[in-house]
Design a protein around this ligand. Sequence first.
Ligand code: NAG
Ligand code: NAG
Ligand code: NAG
Ligand code: NAG
Ligand code: NAG
Length: 471
Amino acid sequence: MTTTKISFSIFVVVLASMVFLVVATIWNFQPSENILDESEPALLLPASSIFIRSIGEPIMVWSSLDTWKKCRLIDVPDIPARVFVTNTTHTHRNPNLQMICGAVGYHEMHGPSLLNQTRSCDISWNATKDGDPSHFAGNEFIDSTVRFDNGTVIALIHTEYPGERYNACDTAVTEKERESDDSSSQPERQRRYFDALNLQNPLTYPTCWMVTIGLGISFDWGHTWQHIAEPPHHLVAAVPYTYKQEFPAYGWGDPNNIVRNPNDGYYYVTVWNRNQVGVQGPGICVMRTNDLMDPKSWRAWNGSKFAVPFVDPYRVFTPSKREFDPKDHVCETLDIPGTTREDCNMFGVLWNNDLRQFIGTVGCDTDPNKRNTFFFTTSTDVIHWSPIQEMYHRSRDLPPEVAAMTTSIHYPTLLDSGSFSKYGDTNFYTVGKTPYLFWTGTGHSPYKDGRHLWATPMEVGTDDSFSMVVR
Ligand SMILES: *[C@@H]1O[C@H](CO)[C@@H](O)[C@H](O)[C@H]1NC(C)=O
Ligand SMILES: *[C@@H]1O[C@H](CO)[C@@H](O)[C@H](O)[C@H]1NC(C)=O
Ligand SMILES: *[C@@H]1O[C@H](CO)[C@@H](O)[C@H](O)[C@H]1NC(C)=O
Ligand SMILES: *[C@@H]1O[C@H](CO)[C@@H](O)[C@H](O)[C@H]1NC(C)=O
Ligand SMILES: *[C@@H]1O[C@H](CO)[C@@H](O)[C@H](O)[C@H]1NC(C)=O
């Protein structure tokens, strides 16, 4: 494996002793028509009455083993699957869906449907692999795309800086620190991480590892990519600390998909920091912008407002201030009941038209009790989330032949075939009652049963007692 990613009007209605909270500022989150009529109060279901469960066997969308045989290269699904429809004018009858799901070499994958995708052997964009951490352009993964009608697509770039690959990791120091670490929490976390990934070489993770988010742009529907500006000016989000090998794996990375709120014109996304670093706590951070073309326009949540600007920790001098204060650049991370901030990330945020809520898809790779399970949580504002509930389990839900080639499961997100055709959402974050759960299964060996991208048919529903109140 070449990568070390993974690491993601108020009413209170009392009805038969059930309390429905109806939030004044429900996102009228409709990519197409059907905007919620403000005059009609909407009923919101309590999250606990919502279920998401599998209703069929997983379908293989892409096997990295096929890529190995056909292209003689190791290319794996190492981010959650993202998809958008390209030119809707000439693809009206035969839509072309471009799927983004890869590693540090960007390969095109597209096809007429979610399940019929062809991966190209050609690399159409290579990670920059710049060894200078202050350029934020090391091991780059294209993720979180938004396409526009003119063929322009933007992407958040998850950018890892694995110091040991860039001669920026003194392993003698790393060893010494590991020995002196009697709490053993970091080595244990590291062991679990590499167990989960089935990596042979533990390298030096979690030390010597930093991650940041950059901004990429394509002018040809995602065929080719470039930085929106010369690095480091493409930087979207970094914690306010420079690369330090001794800090355990840190920084903003692992973004989920970008969603737009038509009410305020802002685009929202979450990013994840795995460990406390200085004054920045671990966990999931929500940030937003109203200008996707400007990497500096994103503002993070501070607990009450989207008011926190990100800073480039290497370029500390500003006209007004000699040096910045890290405290001015801290994101207040989400409190999702049932999760630990260090272990769990949200890999997808999907708008569900029937529930009129967001569904967040959650994986907890380093929690030994949760790592074989995918969870979901729901929200009306992407900040307040319901307690997580199980939706998929490796030992319970996989048929034997799939289980035999799957040692761990990662990167859960939902995609719906009708997202564009039914809901008019060209960026595929709208899901209905029967989406697919897209996820990555890791096998034993890249040459025998490698990583696979799977799609499991799911049902999104509500308990019977509530079916009468939901259309
Ligand atoms: C999948 O898509 C290709 C075009 O990319 C088409 O030729 C093929 O018939 C499709 N396969 C199925 C099973 O629909
Ligand atoms: C990416 O790198 C590979 C290996 O060095 C090279 O063969 C290929 O031409 C590069 N592709 C692009 C688009 O730069
Ligand atoms: C989309 O397709 C139409 C019809 O083929 C073409 O005229 C138009 O230039 C295309 N738009 C883009 C942005 O590629
Ligand atoms: C394409 O459309 C987007 C959104 O309207 C706009 O910001 C961008 O500048 C356009 N790109 C080009 C190359 O015209
Ligand atoms: C968040 O930012 C706003 C605007 O700058 C400020 O008024 C508020 O006190 C901040 N809240 C917290 C919890 O820091």
